[in-house]
Design a protein. Structure first.
Length: 171
């Protein structure tokens, strides 16, 4: 699957295995057919590199997060932009859908003249973009999150050399 001019940061298979999506430094998400390797569509809108992508478990949505401090939710069937989530001036390190379709995002801490901001995990309702929770107990950048199959727990790993388990509110 050739055709991206710059670094590719993330890839994900669609839940049905027919497509693979890639996020790249060229600020796009590309959708490819697995059986032929052909590019099906390019999703544009990020102003900086697309660092991480994920499909919802039902395959309806594709989320992309990047260095432009936004998470974009796309309709997987046609690539239409559904919503843009923003959480401040920090970069997005990762996106992950829970088994029930909620969206978890990892926001990098920012160090600068204004001081240090804690890295944050934000949990959103993907269907309407409402922020459910913000978790910021890590002392350094958060690199990964994983939801338990029943969505009662969230595990996170960090550059602070810890793994944290979070008991999530049930809704």
């Amino acid at each position: 699957m050739d055709g991206q001019a710059r670094n590719v940061w993330s890839v994900r298979f669609s839940p049905d295995g027919r497509e693979v999506a890639s996020g790249s430094f060229e600020r796009t998400v590309r959708i490819w057919r697995v059986d032929t390797g052909a590019a099906m569509r390019t999703l544009s809108g990020h102003r900086e590199a697309v660092v991480h992508i994920d499909y919802s478990p039902d395959g309806r949505w594709l989320a992309s997060g990047g260095d432009d401090s936004s998470v974009r939710i796309w309709r997987a069937a046609d690539g239409a932009l559904v919503r843009v989530l923003t959480g401040g001036s920090s970069r997005v390190y990762g996106v992950a859908f829970s088994p029930d379709g909620a969206l978890g995002t990892l926001w990098k801490k920012i160090a600068g003249r204004g001081g240090r901001h804690a890295p944050t995990i934000r949990l959103w309702r993907a269907r309407d973009g409402a922020l459910e929770q913000a978790l910021s107990e890590h002392a350094d950048d958060v690199w990964s999150v994983a939801f338990s199959p029943d969505r009662r727990w969230l595990a996170s790993s960090s550059e602070d050399r810890t793994v944290k388990l979070w008991r999530l509110e049930t809704r």
